[in-house]
Design a binder for this molecule. Structure first.
Ligand SMILES: CC1=C(CCC(=O)O)c2cc3nc(cc4[nH]c(cc5[nH]c(cc1n2)c(C)c5CCC(=O)O)c(CCC(=O)O)c4C)C(CCC(=O)O)=C3C
Ligand SMILES: [Fe+2]
Length: 421
């Protein structure tokens, strides 16, 4: 890592660990200009995660290693179909959808950029760990493609690792973005026979960690400035925060629905709305925004979260500029590269709209610093009120509650890193 980057990481690190905790902002309903936002769009948190004590680990914990856990993606034409079979095992995704998605990969030589992005993240994390004096090895294992979780766990065990703190490359609560990682860790421990050898805990879902949110704030700031510079008045600009659609049934069960009054789309949508609200308050409180969804799959009869980003763009009225913010994603993987950069920007062009897609966190020093901070808070057993969290919803649980984000559609599967029922 170059000295300059290292210095940035160190600075970020110093900020995220020594600075005053980020001031907690009150979540206010978006300004009246925020059109087409559903009723109750800003969630009222009945019981902030911060108040539910047992879900946070408040004693220092020793870990032998960190496990960075990605989605995985194909790295050549021959990988595409086996990868898609891995992803969709037992999910009832129609063949036409798989065919369609395979073309997205084929278009880029059968290579998803996601593995290289995780290699870069790993490298940045190692530099940031060293800079922070954290002497912990980081293992990398994916859910759906090599390097697989099994290999990472076998290597870790061979190296003498007995306790790991896992970081999923996924910030929000839902079956696909949290529980499924926990199930796959349990599965990999079982498959490798390491269930009594290695213990895996996970960091909290980090949607509202200031270091995760910072790159989005900067991206929206820059895009708003550019739009204004291109002559678009604030009331002619609309910001679309885009995230992966999921089945509405999964959404309703996400994010501790017994503790929070989430409204439509459950905790998954509620967490996104809270972060989007915060970003807009920081950057441009008067510019209209909405939460939109992308990359839907599943049978057409199954309801998924809507509106689709393309429908939302086509439905814009009285706007001349649209900014698309990939709020649900940590890097520019296929969902961003295809569904946003190819399709959504094309839709915008067809509508005659000036459009920009803002960056994902990637290896932004603030995001890398957030991952370091998430590890440090667990090593320290840091008090909840001192943890980084820009919304009233967090800091989210260290230990998922019984039944958290379970998916009855797919049947019960054991998961680790949760409170056992
Ligand atoms: C919430 C969420 C995230 C964000 C959280 C996270 O990052 O984990 C995410 C990320 C990703 N999804 C990805 C790829 C795919 N997701 C699929 C299918 C699905 N995703 C779902 C949800 C999510 N997905 C769901 C509910 C399905 C239906 C089937 C199922 O319940 O599993 C399919 C099958 C075909 C299709 O249906 O499109 C593919 C190929 C890639 C890799 C991209 C690359 O290669 O660069 C990444 C990062
Ligand atoms: Fe996906």
């Amino acid at each position: 890592m170059g000295g300059e980057l290292l210095e940035q990481v160190q600075q970020q690190q110093a900020q995220s660990t020594q600075a005053e905790p980020a001031p907690r902002r009150e979540l206010k309903p978006p300004a009246a200009t925020s059109v087409r936002l559903e009723e109750g769009a800003v969630v009222a948190s009945a019981t902030p995660a911060a108040q539910s004590g047992p879900a946070h680990v408040l004693e220092p914990t020793r870990y032998d290693a960190v496990l960075l856990s990605g989605f995985g993606g194909p790295e050549g034409q021959d990988d595409v179909i086996p990868f898609l079979r891995n992803v969709t095992r037992g999910r009832g995704i129609p063949d036409e959808r798989l065919e369609e998605v395979s073309h997205h990969y084929r278009h880029f030589g059968g290579v998803s950029p996601i593995n290289d992005q995780n290699r870069a993240l790993l490298e940045a994390m190692r530099g940031a760990f060293a800079a922070a004096g954290l002497d912990l090895p980081i293992y990398w294992g994916n859910r759906n493609w090599a390097p697989y979780l099994d290999e990472a766990l076998e290597q870790a065990a061979a190296d003498g690792v007995r306790t790991m703190l896992a970081i999923p490359t996924s910030a929000y609560s839902s079956y696909s973005s949290c529980r499924q990682y926990r199930e796959d860790w349990a599965d990999a421990l079982e498959a490798t026979g390491l269930q009594d050898t290695i213990r895996i805990d996970k960091v909290r879902q980090f949607f509202d960690h200031p270091g995760f949110v910072q790159p989005f704030i900067e991206g929206v700031e820059a895009a708003v400035a550019e739009a204004r510079g291109a002559g678009h008045a604030d009331d002619a600009i609309e910001v679309l925060f885009a995230t992966h659609s999921i089945p509405t049934a999964d959404a309703e069960r996400s994010g501790a629905p017994d503790l929070f009054a989430w409204g439509e789309g459950g905790g998954y949508a509620g967490q996104h709305r809270a972060v989007a609200t915060y970003v807009m308050q920081q950057v441009a409180p008067d510019i209209a925004w909405q939460l939109v969804y992308q990359s839907r799959s599943g049978p057409p009869t199954q309801p998924w979260l809507e509106p689709d980003v393309n429908d939302a763009i086509e439905g814009l009225e009285g706007r001349t500029a649209v900014l698309i913010v990939p709020l649900g994603f940590v890097s520019d993987h296929m969902e961003v590269m295809w569904d946003l950069d190819e399709e959504a920007l094309e839709t915008a062009e067809q509508q005659g709209l000036w459009a920009r897609r803002t960056p994902t966190p990637g290896t932004h020093p603030a995001y890398v610093g957030a991952l370091v901070d998430l590890v440090q808070e667990r090593l320290e057993g840091r008090p909840v009120e001192q943890r980084g969290s820009v919304t009233d919803l967090g800091p989210w649980f260290d230990t998922c509650r019984p039944g958290c984000c379970e998916n009855p559609r797919l049947g019960f599967k054991p998961a680790i890193a949760g409170v056992q029922p």
